[in-house]
Design a protein around this ligand. Structure first.
Ligand code: ATP
Length: 361
């Protein structure tokens, strides 16, 4: 029998990594294995510790406690220029008075690579980041923001690092170009086979590019998983709400069933799995696209009455804001299924238990 494919090995390992500034804990007891060749994105709100974590991984700062190892070697205090890693960040740090080619060749030049080899490699990298070959002799000041971003990635690749770090590289780029660059970066990752560690506060960006996403909150890494796991099986309310617009209702166990705490009614709820299976209260998370309006005669596992008070076009979809008591619930329908004009504002919202996620309260 052929050998089963070997799982990728961790290239970077973090064990109990903590960083404090005086009494302030910026990063708290992080355990994480970064697998060789993966695209791992760290997301989290502003101030959650993403940059602090990245600075420790890139060698710009040392942990206060814990260990970071690269292929088994402890690198806690190894300076950035001694690590086989490279950082690409938003402010780019390209040499403005040099050409694209000179910028990309810089890492090779400092290593003493001869001119002909440098030129050949720079041209390969210009192609790898999808710039025209003629850009080799173009001044970087004449490049657009998106093009400069590609030059920065090409220059980082010229160092031939084992791990590339990206610190919000796309945050200053307009939406349409950003969408293009996200996909290109994913392709570049696949083609180079390098390990990419990317930080952003945009979950949308993370979902498109990453093999795995780590979600940070107040210095802790609260969940690490594939984009699908983060979206479909968030570990708590914070992660579920970070992952996009959601409806959250609180429920409490009453005998064999569940009743609403913040909305009236009895609900069919699939309780959280595993250790949380017998909890007494939970948050039920229902994404707006899993909510529907019930017409007379239609049924769903759960139904509640509400009043529509706002309607927004999201392009291909319509979002409705529906007041249910003190709460506002969101329903998203495809344009083809939008409510007909004059349908009235009193509606019955319905969803099925299998389409909702329960998380511990
Ligand atoms: P953002 O998305 O806004 O960049 P972040 O998730 O990257 O945020 P960090 O920059 O890592 O967050 O900061 C985490 C916390 O640590 C913040 O409260 C910040 O004020 C604090 N912090 C970061 N660096 C220092 C420092 N050198 N001295 C004191 N506090 C710091």
């Amino acid at each position: 029998m052929p050998d089963a494919p070997k799982p990728p090995l961790p290239i970077l390992q973090l064990v109990g990594v903590r960083k404090t500034f005086n009494d302030f804990v910026a990063v708290d007891r992080i355990d994480l294995d970064v697998l060789e060749g993966e695209f791992l994105t760290i997301v989290g709100p502003s101030g959650s510790g993403k940059t602090t974590l990245l600075r420790m991984l890139a060698g710009m700062d040392s942990p206060t406690e814990g260990n970071i190892t690269l292929r088994g070697q402890r690198i806690n205090d190894l300076p950035a220029n001694k690590r086989p890693t490279c950082l690409v960040f938003q402010s780019l740090a390209l040499f403005p008075h040099k050409t694209v080619g000179e910028n990309i060749e810089f890492p090779l030049k400092v290593r003493g690579v001869d001119a002909a080899t440098r030129r050949k490699r720079a041209k390969e990298l210009i192609a790898a980041v999808r710039l025209p070959e003629s850009y080799y002799s173009k001044s970087v000041t004449k490049c657009s923001g998106g093009e400069r971003q590609r030059v920065a990635i090409a220059r980082a690749l010229a160092y031939d690092p084992e791990v590339l770090f990206f610190d919000e590289p796309l945050s200053a780029i307009d939406y349409k170009l950003k969408k293009i660059l996200e996909k290109e970066l994913k392709d570049i990752h696949r083609e180079t086979g390098k390990t990419f560690i990317y930080i952003t506060h945009s979950l949308e960006e993370a979902m498109v590019m990453s093999d795995r996403i780590g979600v940070m909150r107040a210095g802790r890494l609260v969940q690490v998983g594939t984009p699908e796991q983060i979206y479909s099986a968030p570990v708590d309310r914070f992660v579920s709400e970070f992952v996009g617009e959601v409806n959250v209702i609180e429920v409490a166990r009453r005998g064999d069933g569940w009743t609403g705490v913040d909305v009236p009614g009895a609900f069919r709820v699939n309780p959280p799995a595993g250790a949380d299976a017998d909890i007494a209260s939970a948050f039920v998370v229902i994404r707006p696209e899993f909510m529907r309006f019930l017409t007379p005669g239609q049924t769903a596992d759960n139904a509640i009455q509400g009043q529509i008070y706002n309607e927004y076009s999201l392009g291909s979809r319509i979002q409705y804001q529906v007041r249910v008591g003190e709460k506002v619930m969101l329903v998203e329908l495809s344009r083809a299924n939008a409510l007909p004009p004059g349908a009235g504002s009193t509606v019955t919202l319905g969803w099925d238990a299998r389409d909702a996620i329960s998380v511990r309260a």
